[in-house]
Design a protein around this ligand. Structure first.
Ligand code: AVI
Length: 338
């Protein structure tokens, strides 16, 4: 168990090694993507833009909702199996968390690990990440906490492993893998497996289940998920000077059973115009802006995708109600695959 510590290193911004451009956390990428989303049919934008400071706070509230089972179920699984997971990690392991958010879940792991060497939380929301990293650092003495502000869906330049560090363990909880398309998920897993060579990935994955349970989780009675979805428009108005009227859009989330995914959209309640950088876009009544997929998986389906990405599936931990799963995936070194 680690104890109270000092200051976390300031959040570091990482450049995309391929295009040399700052990661898409910046407004210019947002402006470009909103304009592209409004110009195409069907209209669609990446869910990564939900997570400005307000969006991140709304997501934290979603995680506490009675209808939203993934967070509490995954936390319980991590707590119940932390000892076994820590043993698989080995001594002086380094954790790289993708899309770190509140950094709550990693505490379950750190508490059980033998002398964790370093913790690298990566998140697109810089302000939120710095606060969460500082809070974590206060609680864990001797742990190097090095927050990285970046879009982890792009190629990342991670700091070199520390001398004498153990294995590098990727941590991707919350079933955020489900927010990718299947092709993006495979690409992310392949890229991650390469960056973890000789280490492993601990992956949280939401399971296929009764559609009524899924529907409730994305249509909560307090309207927090609706506010989270609509915040995309609020953010565009603030950061890009668009003139969306959020009241004129409805939150819509439904389970597409054949494709095993929740789809979230913003539906225009009437015919309206939106201006962005001198361009005017017409939006018809009933037209939608697709904002998020949240794919649900079977264990076999997830294993098949992981194998295609070059991982060797290991233990899987599932709760009694079979709501959620946590997967251990071994990342062989390049050229060392079975
Ligand atoms: C972050 N991600 C895994 C959440 C999900 O369930 O797909 C985001 C979310 N969207 C609506 N509610 C929660």
């Amino acid at each position: 168990m680690l104890t109270r510590g000092t200051k976390a290193a300031p959040a570091e911004r990482v450049l995309d090694s391929q295009c040399g451009e700052e990661f898409a956390a910046g407004s210019s990428a947002f402006a470009r993507d909103v304009a592209a989303a409004l110009a195409k049919r069907p209209r669609s934008i990446s869910p990564k833009y939900f997570y400005d400071a307000r969006g991140s706070r709304l997501f934290e509230r979603i995680c506490e909702l009675p209808e939203y089972y993934p967070t509490r179920t995954e936390l319980a699984l991590l707590a119940a199996h932390a000892g076994e997971i820590a043993a698989l990690m080995g001594p002086r392991a380094e954790i790289v968390e993708f899309g770190a958010g509140s950094l709550r879940k990693v505490r379950r792991l750190l508490d059980a690990m033998k002398q964790p060497a370093r913790y690298l939380p990566i998140d697109i929301s810089g302000e939120h990440l710095s606060d969460a990293a500082a809070a974590l650092q206060r609680d864990y003495l001797g742990l190097e906490v090095r927050p990285v502000v970046a879009d982890y869906t792009q190629r990342l330049l991670l700091p070199a492993p520390l001398p004498h560090a153990g294995r590098r363990i990727g941590f991707f909880p919350g079933s955020t893998i489900g927010n990718f398309t299947p092709a993006q998920a495979l690409q992310f897993l392949t890229m991650t497996r390469r960056s973890l060579g000789g280490g492993a990935l601990l992956l949280g994955v939401d399971l296929v289940k009764d559609p009524a349970v899924l529907h409730a989780a994305y249509n909560d009675s307090q309207g927090i998920t609706a506010a989270f979805n609509l915040n995309l428009l609020v953010r565009a108005n603030r950061e890009l000077g668009t003139d969306f009227d959020p009241e004129q859009f409805a939150h819509c989330a439904f389970y597409n059973a054949p494709l095993r995914r929740i789809e979230m959209h913003l539906v225009s309640r009437r015919r309206q115009e939106v201006a962005l950088a001198g361009q005017v876009f017409d939006i018809d009544e009933g037209e939608t802006l697709h904002t998020e997929y949240s794919h649900k998986f079977t264990v076999d389906g997830l294993h098949e995708m992981a194998r295609r990405a070059g991982f060797r599936p290991g233990p899987v931990w599932i709760d009694e109600q079979r709501l959620f799963s946590v997967h251990w995936l071994e990342a062989p070194r390049e050229g060392d695959q079975a």
